[in-house]
Write a protein that binds this ligand. Structure first.
Ligand SMILES: Cc1cc2nc3c(=O)[nH]c(=O)nc-3n(C[C@H](O)[C@H](O)[C@H](O)COP(=O)(O)OP(=O)(O)OC[C@H]3O[C@@H](n4cnc5c(N)ncnc54)[C@H](O)[C@@H]3O)c2cc1C
Length: 447
């Protein structure tokens, strides 16, 4: 997709918010407007966040939430496409704190708790906006739910991994239980599910998220926070979204006190970071399926989503997402999927999905979307994201502090909230050491 730089072709909510005191003179370096307040002796701190996906919006929300009320803080978010323009906007939206073998992930409890909190915040912001909207069209345009709370079912399909699955399930969180159930109980949840080994793992509290609606809600929640500060007499918080591609960090130098890089799989296109991040890229295609009119039986209202070698993320009684492919080393970040790529993806995903949900053969293909994952290296704690100050990598001496929030891999929804909070707190306190060393130790790896 050609980046839509400079112009706002996107809906109103993707445009700048809280129109501030713009000076008509553009900045020398970026051509973007300069704030009058930044020329005053009491100029606000100016932060730039690059990327408006799960990582970027989480960190913005936490910066606004955790900064002292009296701090004058102006945050500019830059995104070349707009909110949700990268992997976040196309993701399958499945959220739970476990690996495919239902093993609790590193810091799963904290990540799970913070993600649920942020989901609720976004839901409230969106509900409030929609109840105030006279047009009421956003629900139709983006689908009905932000969070679908119907659980996730993981049938066991492989004898070899059955023992590991059983053992892992014993060590589940009380806040996200795993019930080990047999075929009859599984079919009680979803009549047509196939349970080849008579064992399935049911996570009743796991959810699936509509990523576009969620990001919109989170964006609105940031906007609401700024308004709330202003209402109680602390009008020094500002927050703007710029639809603009950033091609290097040098162009921001001198304008910002802090720059936070949340560009997902494209972080290493920045010349200052190129070849220095231990990230691998992996493209994934998701097929969108619908039940045709001649099939009467709906997907049950309370039916869970399904995890297996392919997953099914339920969007409604008659629509679901089926994912995902793994094309390692791809650099293609376009969400658009051409006919050949879609055919290949269907050929790969359909047999995997029908092994657990044979009814999938009745569903019709309506389109496909894709995204590029930024996969972090495997560590003794699993594949965990990359966080921290990157001034040493950027090189030279800078007046600005550069931070990275990347490598969310295939579990961005689980990691974005807690890590966004940690990073915001580190940035505000200028203390990287409050970030657990597991998340910053990637900087010791020699590239
Ligand atoms: C097919 C697929 C399915 C997935 N399913 C799930 C799932 O079910 N559950 C789950 O938890 N995770 C899932 N993921 C993973 C999840 O989507 C990612 O972990 C997450 O989106 C990463 O978020 P991010 O904010 O780091 O990156 P992104 O969402 O990619 O955001 C980066 C942003 O930076 C912007 N940008 C890039 N370059 C520039 C530039 N030069 N200038 C300005 N802006 C720029 C982009 O437009 C983009 O909006 C899936 C991923 C894929 C690909």
């Amino acid at each position: 997709m050609t980046p839509l730089t400079g112009k706002y072709f996107l809906p109103e909510w993707r445009c700048p918010v809280v129109r501030g005191r713009y000076c008509s003179l553009p900045s020398r370096r970026t051509g973007s407007p300069v704030f009058l307040s930044s020329l005053s002796p009491h100029r606000p701190l100016r932060y730039a966040v690059l990327g408006a996906g799960f990582a970027g919006l989480s960190v913005v929300w936490h910066l606004l939430k955790h900064s002292p009320k009296e701090l004058n803080l102006c945050i500019d978010i830059y995104d070349e496409v707009g909110v949700g323009g990268g992997a976040s906007g196309v993701s399958g939206g499945l959220l739970h704190p476990y690996s495919p073998k239902v093993k609790l992930l590193w810091q799963g409890a904290e990540c799970w708790k913070e993600s649920l909190k942020l989901l609720s915040i976004a839901e409230v912001a969106l509900a409030s906006e929609e109840s105030n909207s006279e047009i009421g069209e956003s629900g139709e345009r983006f689908g009905q739910f932000v969070v679908r709370r119907r659980g996730i079912l993981r049938p066991a399909t492989n004898v070899k991994s059955l023992d590991a699955l059983n053992e892992n399930a014993q060590n589940c969180l009380s806040s996200c239980r795993i019930e080990t159930i047999g075929k009859d109980a599984a079919q009680g949840l979803l009549p047509n599910i196939c349970v080849p080994l008579n064992t399935a793992f049911y996570m009743p509290s796991a959810v699936n998220v509509n990523p576009q609606r969620y990001l919109r809600g989170l964006f609105l929640a940031c906007k609401t926070l700024v308004k709330e500060f202003s209402t109680i007499g602390f009008g020094g918080k500002e927050f703007y979204l710029h639809q603009k591609s950033v091609s290097n960090l040098l162009e921001l130098e001198g304008e910002y006190d802090v720059v936070i890089i949340c560009m997902g799989a494209k972080a290493d296109i920045l010349p200052e970071l190129s070849g220095k991040l231990p990230l691998r890229t992996c493209r994934g295609v998701i097929a969108h399926l619908q039940l045709p009119n001649n099939i009467e039986e709906d997907y049950p209202d309370h039916g869970p989503s399904i995890l297996s070698d392919a997953w099914l993320s339920v969007q409604g009684n008659r629509s679901l997402l089926m994912g995902s492919t793994w094309e390692w080393k791809s650099r293609n970040s376009s969400p658009n999927v051409l006919a050949d790529e879609a055919t290949k993806a269907l050929k790969e995903l359909l047999p995997k999905a029908s092994a657990v949900y044979p009814g999938i053969k009745d569903w019709s293909f309506t389109g496909a979307r894709a995204g590029l994952r930024a996969m972090p290296p495997l560590t003794p704690n699993g594949s965990i994201p990359l966080l921290g100050c990157v001034n040493d990598l950027v090189g030279k001496t800078h007046t600005c502090k550069y931070w990275l929030f990347g490598g969310l891999g295939s579990r961005g929804l689980l990691y974005h909230a807690w890590l966004g909070k940690l990073l915001a707190q580190a940035v505000l306190s200028r203390n990287e050491r409050i970030i657990p060393s597991e998340l910053t130790s990637w900087k010791n790896i020699k590239q």
